[in-house]
Design a protein around this ligand. Structure first.
Ligand code: GLC
Ligand code: CA
Length: 556
């Protein structure tokens, strides 16, 4: 029986390549993680989501797996991994691993076999189709890869095309084939037997494709996704994994769920349906994006509306709370002015604004010290997605110009710069040159400097993590939004058994007066705020300074 431990958890996401290098080759690794478990313990988190460490040719930094049961030697060995999970468990930290099974690497043994011939026993592990007009010149349908261009790659040897919703080195697995599903069950059980506490299922909403793989509606970026996001068979597939693997252990299963509606999400995570425990969805991450791709100024009213809608999903569903991960830009660069005088207050306000919501919060490495986006030239980006975008737009100067502007704000590499441990050589991430450029601000923004400063972002994260983990009201309480039409302030209440927190966040750098609220009259006690000095804020209603945020407690 599952113990729902994840409802009390605060997760920390590790992107291993950029976390800590232990052997001086410039690449973060498992022994580096082992070195930093004391740091994670000190931060107070009690669960880790580890991005892929499996064998991989790294076309997409490990999200292209060539052997699901072994560790990539650049990260270490299975023995190192076992030592890591033991030490995490000894320190009260659960470990959730990435499970990337919408696709494998094209260097996986299954694919090497599959492409040999049409009658190879592994042929049906992948999605092969003849070209549209049989001379092999036109792909089977018009779907686009999430990384740009057609989602099909022609293979001369067998005169057929295979589907790849991501890079051509990431062929999609054919979930219609029961043998593929059995393989996934076995992989899950293999890691669960080794002690992992659950999986973050990569792009799991894409595993079921519409019958007949019909052409998609016209959409320059996401063509076809109406035919593979959360199609009906996904429920059958997830039920099987749940029945034959996940439910036999005390797991947490969180599915990455691009393009999901709230109704679909409920079907995937409702407790009675035995599929997954929660989803990572992106409605909030798209609110400040036009056409799903071009960043625009944040409209706080829309942002709050989405946040509240997800907070109000039925009681037998559970939310995932996050602003950052390895695919998203840094939150202080995205939601405020990271270069202004209130950078620290901004970072702390953002922490308050989501860690106090209902659901399981995730903190992405470096977020807890206020790491920010990096400014790069086009040839400095390392991520396959950004490189593809430059490659495609290069022929069209106005588009290329736009791509350069947009990538500065949203490129996935913004979150993938090495962790800033100190102001020393290579930020103490490595003893040699890191695999990817360090953010030049590591002299100012680093762990070492913040550890000893009681007012640092890092020490604030420690406070709020502790506050969240040890607080029934925040874990179990109901949610109610205040002033939904306010354009600058996000305010809400969390209530449980007659006790309440009222959380008030100024998302803007201007001063805001909230005359309509009188905390003294309500008998409220201030329990946490992001400024060192809060003395003046009670007079004449409430005045919120730049990015000021409060948590009040009311017992009635
Ligand atoms: C997920 C991962 C992303 C990866 C993609 C393909 O979205 O988070 O990093 O590129 O899946 O596996
Ligand atoms: Ca290393």
């Amino acid at each position: 029986m599952k113990s729902r431990w994840y409802k009390d958890a605060v997760f920390y996401q590790i992107y291993p390549r950029s976390f800590k290098d232990s052997n001086g080759d410039g690449i973060g690794d498992i022994r580096g993680i082992i070195e930093k478990i004391d740091y994670l313990k000190g931060l107070g988190i009690n669960a880790v989501w580890l991005s892929p460490v499996y064998m991989s040719p790294n076309d997409d930094n490990g999200y292209d797996i060539s052997n699901y049961r072994d560790i990539n030697p650049e990260f270490g060995t299975l023995e190192d991994w076992k030592e890591m999970i033991d030490k995490m468990h000894q320190n009260g930290i659960r470990l959730v691993m990435d499970l990337v099974v919408n696709h494998s690497s094209d260097e996986h043994q299954w694919f090497l076999e599959s492409k040999k011939s049409k009658d190879n026993p592994y042929r049906n592990y992948y999605i092969w189709r003849p070209g549209k007009n049989n001379d092999g010149k036109k792909p089977p349908n018009n779907w686009t890869s999430r990384f740009g261009g057609s989602a099909w790659k022609y293979d001369q040897n067998t005169n057929e095309w295979y589907l790849h919703l991501f890079s051509e080195k990431q062929p999609d697995l054919n979930w219609e084939n029961p043998a593929v599903r059995q393989e996934v069950v076995d992989i899950c059980n293999y890691w669960l037997d080794l002690g992992v506490d659950g999986f973050r299922c990569d792009v799991i909403t894409y595993i079921s494709k519409a019958n007949g793989l019909p052409d998609g509606k016209y959409n320059p970026i996401l063509r076809g996704d109406e035919h593979f996001v959360a199609k009906p068979k996904i429920h059958e597939y997830l039920n099987q994994l749940n029945r034959e693997s996940w439910s036999k252990y005390d797991t947490m299963i969180v599915g990455e769920a691009a393009g999901l509606t709230r109704k679909d999400a409920e079907l995937l995570v409702s407790e009675s349906r035995n599929e997954m425990d929660s989803v990572i969805e992106f409605e909030l991450s798209l609110v400040d994006m036009k056409f799903n791709a071009i960043p625009v100024k944040l409209n706080l009213k829309k942002f709050k509306k989405i946040q509240s809608a997800w907070q109000n999903i039925p009681d037998d569903c559970w939310n995932t709370l996050f602003y950052e991960n390895h695919d998203q830009p840094r939150s202080i660069s995205r939601y405020g002015n990271e270069f202004g005088p209130f950078r620290k207050e901004l970072a702390k306000m953002l922490a308050i604004s989501y860690i106090t919501l209902k659901g399981t919060p995730y903190i992405y490495q470096g977020q807890e010290i206020g790491m920010s986006n990096i400014s790069l030239n086009p040839d400095e980006y390392a991520d396959i997605m950004t490189k593809r975008i430059f490659q495609i737009t290069k022929k069209f100067p106005p588009l290329y110009w736009l791509a350069k502007k947009v990538m500065k704000k949203v490129a996935r590499d913004n979150a993938r710069t090495p962790m800033q441990w100190s102001d020393g050589a290579n930020a103490d991430f490595s003893t040699s040159t890191p695999w990817f450029k360090l953010n030049p601000n590591y002299g100012d923004i680093n762990v070492q400097a913040q550890l000893n400063n009681p007012n640092s972002i890092l020490n604030f994260y420690k406070k709020i993590i502790d506050f969240r983990i040890n607080n029934e009201i925040l874990i179990k309480g109901s949610y109610k939004e205040y002033f939904p039409n306010h354009k600058r302030v996000y305010a809400f209440e969390r209530a449980y058994e007659g006790k309440r927190f009222i959380i008030i966040c100024n998302f803007k750098s201007d001063v805001v007066n909230l005359n309509c609220i009188d905390m003294n009259a309500m008998g409220a006690k201030l329990v946490l705020s992001n400024y060192a000095n809060t003395a003046e804020t009670f007079k004449n209603g409430m005045t919120l300074r730049a990015y000021e945020a409060f948590i009040y407690y009311i017992e009635s």
